[in-house]
Write a protein that binds this ligand. Structure first.
Ligand code: GDP
Length: 298
């Protein structure tokens, strides 16, 4: 996903190598190149502006260092600013003091929520938890069956509405799912919800109703990193319509430009908790801003 950006940044920074001192003009030229690279990678403009302003200010004010030459210092600054844009510290999942911890997934249809529910459940099991998946996407045909399939692969039970009595009420299913978890001693509940192809008031209302019914400890906004700038507008719509406590980036294995991944934290103010990079259940991990920054800087 970050190949082009990574190549661009690496080559810009390489140009500084061998310079004994950096003039203001060198720093300005470097920042100009970085700015273009970020914009071409589809990073949101306000994020780019802030990023460049910080890098410039810090590079110009950089102390003469014994340990690092000027080029290395700029690389260090760019790296630190990238880590900052991506959220700084790794943010851990917020677990309830009194289980079950309720995690609700929200996002557009096709973002990868159902797949992610399976990935998250598998990961939670690996961490010693006893999760329960709850199928509240009653909108998309087959979503319930799809969740049952991923649940089975993950070795995690799925609470689903009885079939055959119409569409059913997702709010009721969510409520009963959490009750079932309490009953059967599942310590984490992951609730899959319905999405639409575009932002839609009814979908937002449904997600907000589920949220009010189960009061999640985490509401995770699941976003396809391949949708580019749209990721930012979608994130804003979900922030305003449902509210969320964390972000999950999916499809980081794609060859889109990746700016969404670099913008969403700053634009929404919420941290990225997990990232998905493939269709298989194991293509998933905790999101580490520092590792992602190192990957981007090659
Ligand atoms: P939902 O509508 O939000 O529940 O989305 P799904 O979980 O059904 O995923 C939509 C499509 O994206 C499916 O074909 C998934 O296999 C695929 N998908 C999900 N996550 C990833 C990912 O990280 N990488 C890739 N390449 N495909 C993914």
């Amino acid at each position: 996903m970050f190949d082009t950006l990574s190549d661009r940044l690496t080559s810009v920074l390489k140009n500084l190598r061998g310079k004994g001192r950096l003039s203001e003009a060198d720093i300005d030229a470097t920042c100009r190149e970085i700015r273009i690279a970020l914009l071409e990678a589809d990073v949101a403009l306000p994020v780019v502006r802030g990023f460049i302003a910080h890098v410039k200010e810090r590079a110009k004010g950089a102390e003469v260092s014994q340990a690092l030459n000027p080029a290395q210092q700029v690389v260090k600054i760019v790296n630190e600013e990238l880590v900052g844009v991506l959220g700084g510290e790794t943010r851990r999942l917020n677990l309830a003091k009194n289980p079950p911890t309720v995690i609700m997934l929200a996002g557009l249809q096709g973002a990868g929520k159902t797949t992610l529910a399976g990935k998250l459940a598998r990961w939670l099991r690996g961490q010693g938890h006893t999760p329960l998946l709850v199928a509240c996407d009653l909108q998309r045909p087959n979503a319930v069956t799809q969740l049952e399939v991923v649940g089975e692969r993950a070795g995690v039970p799925v609470f689903a509405p009885e079939r055959g009595n119409g569409v059913g009420d997702p709010v009721e299913v969510a409520r009963r799912g959490v009750e079932q978890a309490r009953h059967a001693q599942h310590d984490v509940v992951v609730i899959d919800t319905a999405g639409r192809l575009g932002v839609d008031q009814e979908m937002m209302r449904q997600a907000a109703d589920i949220r009010d019914a189960v009061r999640p400890d985490e509401t995770l906004f699941v976003v396809d990193a391949m949708i580019g700038q749209d990721a930012v507008t979608t994130a804003e719509a979900f922030r305003d319509g449902v509210g969320f406590t964390g972000v999950v980036l999916t499809k980081l294995d794609g060859d889109a430009r990746g700016g969404a991944a670099l913008s969403v934290r700053q634009v929404t103010g919420q941290p990225i908790l997990f990232a998905s990079n493939g269709e298989k259940l194991e293509d998933f991990d905790v999101f580490h801003p520092d590792r992602m920054a190192s990957r981007i800087l090659g």
